[in-house]
Every structure is written in structure tokens, then in C-alpha cells.
Design a protein around this ligand. Structure first.
Ligand code: SF4
Length: 429
């Protein structure tokens, strides 16, 4: 039996003090390299050079889902097995690959060396390589490193490691600079534009998004920076931003009408927006979301859902599905449960929700089979075997590849869960 350790919190509503099943066994999750797929789309003049094996190259090619014919902005430098005496050669080889890449691609302004888990790569000091190469190529190109290794990261933690690597290089804002809002976490451009319009209508500003679309547009950080997390998997990034003086605004995440409203409310309160202005500006979005959710509700209400741990989005999405669509939560698993960042989410979960952190995959599969949910949310590795057993699944990776945040995406987010259930009904009919 895995130990059940009760979580205690100052708030005692919802699931704030619910017991959490902590498991440390075999995991079935993608590694942090996967984050490159959405990060390279976001920072449009960045390049991600994975220093890894053929397995790493295959992973990011298949996660990208396409063969790359045009000029890609990620690649893998394959380090073959070599002994310690060969490390000098590996560094020389890395320098040669980077030099050739940057000569050929002058539009690249930010280069990430991304570490992986093969032992030959672990022996290489990539942070030293990055500072050596940065010294050579700055100011035209900044070279940074982070790890996407499957030993250290699950798939969304790759973004956390990437953003945390950027923070020491962010400019400093003056101590007397006016208050500014920093939205942290990769959002699709269309979502970012919608939020920008809402913040402007609320007269909140200046507002910046991190990561920015261009390497030259990095935000300045200081004691008057108010940081609003847009993603729940950014523990390290938030920690280093707070160490530089930024103040986090506690809020649920902007998923669904309720989550989006409470997330915007946290910023509105910090910037002194009146209740009347807030209600007026957010009313049209809330109404659009309500109408879109009403269309999906009949397909989802009363359906039972089981979350395997994968993206760290599980708790906010479970909150949305239960509160706004009437779904029943059988188990909500998360690879890592950050009690502070998720305090507002946990308070909104129905009392008695079964929460689990980490994974012991065989035990969890047994619990899922026993629960017989209508739908299970899981990684690609578990989806096929579960479907073969007759279970309906939803790939958690779709939740990071699809724009799901904000009022105008609430209906799309619900539809991601309704679609596989409807497909199953058609197959059965
Ligand atoms: S980093 Fe590790 S887990 Fe990820 S693809 Fe490479 S070898 Fe596999």
C-alpha cells in the first residue's frame, strides 16, 4: 500500500486539506524535450538544439507530428557513446555544430542547448558550453542551456526549465518603476491577444507575456512586477522570478469561464479596478463561454473521468469539468502537486475528490480499471492499451497543443472531452 499523507492548508474548503495518495514507482510520462514543440512556435527567433541520442531525435520529430522540410527551429546534435577522454572532442564538435548553425541562420537570436538523459550527455557540462558559446556569439546571439532529460523532467517541466534559464538574463526594472503585470507561461498567440484586449479594457498595464514572441522583447523584472501564472507547471520559474522581487498574484488558472474570471479578477484587484468596470468588461466573454459550455454540457454531465498524471494541468481541468460541466471525478492524478500554486484550485474541487501525486503505473491502472470511468485522461503510452481494453481515452498532450485558456476557448476545452465520448456512442450504436 502506498502511504496516504494528508495535506494541510490554511484554507479548509473544497479539497484544500484532502488526503493525497503519493506514489513513487514506475512512471509513464513524456520527458521535458516535448516542450520544445510549443516553445519554438512561441519564441520566433529562438532555436532549440537538443544534445542527445537518436531516441531524443525521434521523440521530438514524432511529437512535432511532421517531417520538417522547411527551415526548422529545433534539431538534435547526436552524441554517440564515448568515454571521458572523448569529452574534449564532444565539446569541440558541439562548438563546430553551433558555429555552422549560427553562420547559416543569422535570424536566430536565442539558442538553447537542451540536455537529455543519455549518460554521454550527462557527462557534458552544457551550462559551461553555453557560457563559452555566448561569450563568442553575443551580443548577436545569446546561448543558454537547460535540461529536458526524462530523469529530471516530465513533459511540461521542460517549459519550466527553459523559462527558469531565461530569468537570470532578464533586465532589472527600477525599484520605483510603476506596477506592471507579467503573465507567465506559454499561451497561443490568439489567446494572448484576447487577454491583452481584456487587460487594456480593464486599464491594467503595462502588461507583458513571458516567454515573449521575440528574444529582444524580454520583460524587465523588479519589486513592482506582479506575476500571474498562466500555467500550473512553472514552479521553478515562479521561484526565480520571486527571488528577483516579482510578487505572485494567487489565482486559479484561466480555464473555463469561472477560472478565467477569477484569474482576471486577481489582476484587477491588484491594479485597483472597480467591481463595476470588471463586471462590465468581462460580461460578454462570460456570456459567450456560458453559451458554448451549455452546448457541451449534455454530453458531459454525470460522466465519470479519471486523470493519470502527465501535464500538471489535471487539477485545474478537473475543477473546470466538475464545476462547469457536472462531470464526476474518480481520481485526479498529477505528476507534481504544488500546494501553494494550486491552493485556489484545490479549494474549488468537490470535497472528497481522490487526489494522487506521482505514479506507480501498475497500481494506478488497477485503480482505473476498478473505477471503470467513462473517460480516462492519460499520456500516449497508456492510451492505446486502455483503448484496447475498451476504455475511452483523451491524450493529455492535446491539452498543451490546443489553445484552451480564456473565455473563447472554454467551449473548445469542453469539446476535447465530449468528442471521444460521442465517437464511442456512435461506434456502439
Ligand atoms: S531525453 Fe531521455 S527520455 Fe527524453 S527522448 Fe531523450 S533519452 Fe528519451
Amino acid at each position: 500500500m502506498s502511504p496516504v499523507i494528508p495535506i494541510r492548508s490554511a484554507v479548509s474548503e473544497g479539497c484544500s486539506d484532502a488526503p493525497v495518495l503519493r506514489e513513487r514507482g514506475q512512471r509513464e510520462v513524456f520527458c521535458g524535450l516535448t516542450g520544445i514543440i510549443w516553445l519554438h512556435r512561441k519564441i520566433q527567433d529562438a532555436f532549440f538544439l537538443v544534445v542527445g541520442s537518436r531516441t531524443c531525435a525521434h521523440l521530438i520529430q514524432s511529437a512535432a507530428g511532421v517531417m520538417i522540410f522547411a527551415e526548422p527551429r529545433f534539431a538534435t546534435a547526436i552524441i554517440d557513446e564515448r568515454d571521458l577522454a572523448g569529452l574534449a572532442d564532444a565539446n569541440t564538435e558541439l562548438d563546430r555544430v553551433v558555429t555552422r548553425l549560427l553562420e547559416r541562420r543569422p535570424e536566430i537570436k536565442l539558442l538553447f542547448l537542451v540536455g537529455s538523459c543519455p549518460s554521454e550527455v550527462i557527462k557534458l557540462d552544457l551550462s559551461r558550453a553555453a557560457s563559452r558559446l555566448s561569450g563568442r556569439f553575443s551580443p548577436d546571439v545569446r546561448v543558454l542551456s537547460y535540461s529536458g532529460s526524462g530523469i529530471e523532467t516530465t513533459f511540461t517541466q521542460g517549459e519550466d526549465a527553459c523559462l527558469a534559464a531565461l530569468v537570470p538574463n532578464l533586465p532589472a526594472a527600477a525599484a520605483d518603476a510603476p506596477a506592471s503585470l507579467l503573465v507567465v507561461g506559454t499561451l497561443a498567440d490568439v489567446v494572448e491577444d484576447q487577454f491583452m484586449r481584456l487587460f487594456a479594457a480593464l486599464d491594467i498595464g503595462p502588461v507583458q507575456f513571458f516567454p515573449p514572441r521575440r528574444a529582444g522583447a524580454m520583460p524587465a523584472i523588479g519589486p513592482n512586477t506582479r506575476l500571474l501564472l498562466a500555467q500550473p507547471f512553472l514552479a521553478d520559474t515562479a521561484r526565480v522570478l520571486e527571488a528577483r522581487g516579482a510578487q505572485r498574484l494567487p489565482a486559479p488558472f484561466p480555464l473555463g469561464a469561472e477560472g478565467t474570471t477569477l484569474w482576471l479578477q486577481a489582476a484587477a484587484t491588484a491594479f485597483g479596478v472597480s467591481a463595476e468596470v470588471f463586471a462590465r468588461v468581462t460580461a460578454p466573454g462570460r456570456e459567450r463561454a456560458r453559451a458554448a459550455l451549455a452546448r457541451q454540457q449534455p454530453h458531459l454531465a454525470g460522466k465519470r473521468i479519471f486523470f493519470f498524471p502527465d501535464s500538471q494541468l489535471e487539477i485545474p481541468i478537473a475543477r473546470f469539468l466538475s464545476r462547469e460541466l457536472g462531470m464526476q471525478l474518480t481520481e485526479v492524478g498529477s505528476p507534481y502537486l504544488h500546494r501553494q500554486h494550486l491552493a485556489e484550485e484545490l479549494a474549488l474541487l468537490p470535497a472528497g475528490t481522490t487526489l494522487s501525486e506521482g505514479q506507480d503505473v501498475e497500481k494506478q491502472l488497477d485503480r482505473c480499471r476498478a473505477a471503470q470511468p467513462d473517460i480516462a485522461v492519460c499520456g500516449l503510452g497508456l492510451a492505446n492499451p486502455l483503448e484496447a481494453e475498451g476504455m475511452t481515452t483523451k491524450w493529455s498532450i492535446e491539452l498543451v497543443f490546443t489553445p484552451i485558456q480564456g473565455y473563447d476557448q472554454a467551449g473548445d476545452l469542453a469539446e476535447l472531452f465530449a468528442r471521444p465520448l460521442l465517437r464511442k456512442l456512435k461506434l456502439v450504436a
